[in-house]
Design a protein around this ligand. Structure first.
Ligand code: DAH
Length: 361
């Protein structure tokens, strides 16, 4: 068993100096594997005389135990070193910004919708929605459109084929009807959404966006309507004083009806709010027509209300100086990069509507 005394320090040194788990495993195989050094020595035990065999067996077993212990200890040490190395190199700095390279942009229509709804939400309006595909009743009939009204003619309305006269809604006003049919007054809703008309030029696209407003109560008047819209304009354009003018107009579903203009000047497509220069029409509104109330089962002797509707795309063009409406729907990345908004800047009344997005666009 002198061989044991000779081998032991050598093997222990090799174990000690093993530089990786793989090297250590190779050592284990070369010592304890099927053809390993200790295994080979074990095989010679059978040829020894019985009294020597006992002693030699004991020595070999102790040797084997000692080597196994050394291998295990080294393995633990190497694993720990490997873990420490990974912990040191794979650190994550959780204070880094989450998206160092922001790519996406919020479309101006989404941004402006968000801004508008934020303002109306603060005034106490609920959000209402209706379908893009409407029936004649909600889109025209209940809104007091006479049967021969031009809005029902082919040139403006997209009629759906094979659908009992359904249309792509030409305005968001049908959501007024749905609101009055489905809830009891007092009603205070705004309804944003897509609308469709057969039209295409610099300021018209076949699909565009509107927001409809409706208030129904027992004591509402034109003064309330004017107050809501004046307040809205100031907040939306972020100007203390927006010149605003109500001009008599006609809509089948309101009486009296008005169109609202804001005072502004325009130079090279650049739009500026100021009085004394000119007026631009921005929306339609009025007191809800008694026939409309009756069509929805409300008694006009008890209830009145006001409504308004405006084009979201147009407000986006005005506020952010975007000259051509058609670019809104071209899905051109260069356009979106130029006119779009940083996604993490969410409009709020307190932190500013466009103060963040508008400036950093
Ligand atoms: N629906 C009208 C349009 O698309 C806009 C409108 C005008 C809506 C007057 C209203 C309103 O609610 O009272 O041209």
């Amino acid at each position: 068993m002198n061989k044991v005394e000779e081998l032991k320090p050598q093997i222990l040194t090799r174990i000690n100096e093993a530089s990786s788990l793989q090297v250590l495993e190779d050592i284990r195989v070369s010592v304890l594997g099927k053809k390993g050094e200790i295994t080979e020595m074990m095989k010679t035990l059978g040829s020894l005389p019985p009294e020597e065999r006992k002693l030699a067996g004991q020595v070999l077993n102790e040797f084997k135990t000692e080597i196994t212990t050394a291998l295990d200890a080294k393995k633990t040490a190497l694993e720990e070193a490997e873990l420490n190395r990974r912990l040191a190199t794979e650190t994550i700095d959780v204070t880094l910004p989450i998206r160092p390279k922001q790519q996406g942009r919020v479309h101006p229509v989404s941004q402006v919708m968000e801004e508008m709804l934020t303002i109306f939400a603060q005034m106490g309006f609920d959000l209402a929605e209706g379908p893009d595909i409407e029936d004649d009743w909600h889109c025209f009939e209940a809104l007091n459109f006479p049967p021969s009204h031009p809005a029902r003619q082919m040139q403006a309305t997209f009629f759906m084929e094979n659908t009992d006269g359904n249309v792509l809604r030409t305005h968001t006003s049908p959501v007024q009807i749905r609101a009055m049919e489905n809830q009891k007054p007092p009603i205070r809703i705004v309804a944003p959404g897509r609308t469709y008309r057969c039209d295409y030029d610099m300021t018209h696209t076949p699909m565009f966006h509107q927001i409809e407003g409706l208030v129904i109560d027992t004591e509402t008047n034109m003064g309330h309507l004017k107050g809501v819209l004046a307040d809205f304009m100031k907040k939306f354009f972020e100007v203390d004083d927006v010149p605003i003018r109500f001009r008599p107009s006609f809509f089948p579903f309101t009486e009296p009806s008005a169109e609202v203009d804001i005072g502004c000047s325009r130079k090279n497509g650049e739009f500026k709010i100021e009085s004394g220069k000119g007026w631009m029409e921005v929306l339609g509104c009025g007191m809800v027509h008694p026939n409309v109330l009756k069509n929805c089962g409300l008694d006009p002797e008890v209830y009145q209300g006001f409504a308004f509707g405006f084009g979201v795309d147009r407000f986006a063009m005005l506020k952010y100086g975007i000259p051509d409406l058609r670019g809104f729907f071209d899905a051109d990345m260069r356009w979106l990069k130029h006119y779009g908004f940083v996604p993490l800047d969410i409009p709020t009344i307190t932190s500013g509507l466009s103060a963040n997005g508008g400036a950093k666009r």
